[in-house]
Design a protein around this ligand. Structure first.
Ligand code: ATP
Ligand code: MG
Length: 577
């Protein structure tokens, strides 16, 4: 392709709305184009890289025996009602009506649709196992679309669904997908970690996220350097502080703590440590269908801990979007809580959820449910009880590893893929059964496996750039080689550039020729910005059949003969593409 003919518009300036490198660079290179918040289009270079990622995904999926299909993005509400997700999915589900008032949504994911395909088409164990996938545009009306392709409202996803006779089969299908994901993200040039993950709205029992490591990532992961533990901090189990067995329960004592509302203020006021206090967090819950308030929840954890919302909603068995922080003063009359002075003793008409380590700890300090007062020596069992007692903690860096006890580390990353064991959740809800070897009807056992194709593109840029622009790994670069023709008007230079261009194209190297009538400085800047892996500069040495050869990722350049440059380019492209 000749750049003079290509539809491309690069930007010198950093666009206002972009905060992170990948968003800035994808906009500056003109690879993506924003239409409205969270909705992007792809220009020629951007689309080529998307297709490269899709092709890697396709090759690796096909290699496992999975079969590609393509279902519609428009999905009828009835299927979502069957699975129970029409309301449970919440406001992210992009709903619409047709002219007759019938409800539809734009698919955020396709469990229902694929389960429907299978229940119609599969009846016998002989047809299993099977894995179907698609690469398709998904819609999620995200609360906070941001970072460009990272969290958008329209994006491309590969979603695959496995169907097995039994759980042993699912384990095998899951492993196959897990290994394929490993190869896919490796081929895309990402540094990533598979980590244990929460299963969220999809349900099921077992899941891993593939996290591309990056400071700007929205996923926080905890991992252990002494054992194999690696999990999202949402999911990671926490070790309770050792129980103080045998400690004497002292009598409760009300203490005056004027204006001491935060844990730090209370601890400071009473000369104790945050870990000797109980932190209260109050919530309102809403009906998932009508959105009306339907109850209150009080969660209690040790004062120095952080509440893990995912663990809380899982304990309550409700979707995340149906719970929100309460204004304690507003719900005070109903529950007995008092803003800043809420404690577990004497609360009423709300569900009390207590972190699992509190019952083992003696003589803690908690709010007295009275303005300006706390109580000392609060003990579980004697002074309060929980409706639910479970692990509610966020695993912090330095906390003991839940497997081996060594201090855990934290890292941030971008979730580029996730694999789930769904089990029979959808097949049972929607009646997807098969007849087994003994003529008995059984539910099909399912798994589902997603890759954010467009998010992966952003993650690659996030990991591969410098201050001058993108540094594409060969495998997903929009083109492999850029020939920078310094003086297009110079007949000798133009002829040499054309010769290289033809030779590379003949060797199936994807090559861009910058033949624009621009100053050399502009061309070099654009070549760096675009990040094409190999640059061959045809300039004043063209008459001697010499060019400058440079890899985008290396600082050094070399002056070599035209034939050598062609050979080197072909070699590196074939090695790395
Ligand atoms: P997140 O936790 O980031 O919202 P998710 O867990 O809801 O993502 P999945 O349902 O697992 O996402 O979807 C599969 C993949 O699709 C994700 O691993 C991610 O790569 C991609 N993806 C999900 N939401 C978005 C989005 N809003 N924009 C771009 N890609 C997305
Ligand atoms: Mg996910």
């Amino acid at each position: 392709m000749k750049l003079s003919k290509m539809h491309i518009k690069t930007l010198r300036e950093v666009p206002n709305e972009a905060e992170i490198a990948s968003h800035i660079l994808l906009l500056r290179t003109g690879m993506i184009r924003k239409l409205v918040s969270g909705v992007y289009g792809f220009m020629p270079l951007g689309w080529r890289s998307v297709r490269k990622i899709e092709e890697i995904v396709r090759e690796e999926m096909d290699a496992t025996g999975a079969q590609e299909i393509h279902m519609s993005a428009v999905q009828p509400a009835e299927l979502w009602e069957e699975s129970g997700r029409w309301y449970a999915y919440g406001p992210e589900l992009w709903r619409l009506k047709d002219r007759n008032g019938r409800d539809f949504c734009l698919g955020p994911t396709h469990e229902e649709i694929f389960t429907d395909v299978i229940r119609n088409d599969v009846s016998s164990y002989r047809q299993l196992p099977m894995n179907l996938y698609q690469i398709q545009t998904k819609y999620r009306d995200e609360a906070r679309p941001r970072f460009g392709l990272m969290r958008s409202r329209e994006f491309i996803m590969k979603d695959a669904y496995s169907f097995d006779k039994d759980f042993a089969g699912l384990d095998e299908s899951y492993r196959t997908m897990y290994d394929a994901y490993d190869r896919i993200f490796t081929r895309c040039g990402l540094t990533f970690r598979p980590v244990e993950a929460d299963t969220g709205a999809i349900g099921g029992s077992n899941s891993h996220e593939f996290t591309a490591l990056a400071e700007v990532g929205e996923s926080e992961i905890a991992y252990c350097e002494h054992c194999a533990m690696a999990a999202t901090t949402e999911r990671a189990a926490c070790v309770d502080a050792p129980a103080q067995t045998g400690a004497e329960m002292l009598p409760m004592e009300k203490v005056h703590t004027p204006d001491a509302k935060t844990i730090e203020e209370v601890a400071g006021c009473l000369g104790m440590e945050a870990k000797d206090t109980i932190k209260a967090l109050l919530f309102v819950t809403y009906d998932e269908e009508t959105n009306e308030e339907n109850g209150y929840v009080a969660a209690f954890i040790r004062g120095d801990r952080e509440l893990n919302m995912i663990k809380l909603v899982n304990a309550l068995g409700i979707p995340e979007h149906t719970i929100a922080f309460a204004d304690e003063d507003e719900i005070g009359a109903a529950t007995g809580c008092v803003g800043g002075f809420t404690g577990p003793c004497g609360l009423h008409d709300c569900k009390i959820v207590v972190d699992s380590e509190l019952p083992g700890l003696a003589n803690l300090c908690a709010g007295a449910n009275q303005k300006d007062y706390h109580v000392r020596n609060v003990n579980y069992g004697r002074d309060y009880e929980g409706d639910i007692v479970t692990d509610l903690k966020v695993l912090q860096a330095g906390d003991p590893c839940p497997i081996c006890g060594a201090p855990v580390k934290h890292a941030r990353g971008i979730e580029v893929g996730q694999v789930f064991k769904l089990g029979t959740k959808y097949s049972e809800a929607m009646g997807a059964n098969y007849i087994d070897e003994n003529q008995k009807e059984q539910p099909i056992v399912m798994g589902c496996y997603g890759i954010g194709v467009t998010r992966t593109l952003a993650a690659v840029v996030e990991q591969h750039h410098d201050e001058n622009g993108i540094i594409w790994p060969m495998s997903v670069a929009p083109y492999h080689v850029i020939i920078t023709l310094v003086k297009p008007d110079d007949a000798v230079q133009a002829a040499v550039a054309e010769k290289i261009y033809q030779a590379l194209a003949a060797a199936k190297v994807e090559v861009l020729l910058d033949d624009r009538k621009e100053r050399p400085g502009v061309k070099f800047k654009d070549a760096d910005l675009l990040g094409i892996p190999v640059r061959i500069t045809v300039g004043k040495l063209a008459g001697e059949e010499k060019v400058e050869y440079k890899l985008r990722r290396d600082a050094q350049k070399s002056e070599i003969s035209v034939s050598e440059a062609i050979a080197k380019a072909i070699e590196i492209v074939n090695q790395e593409k």
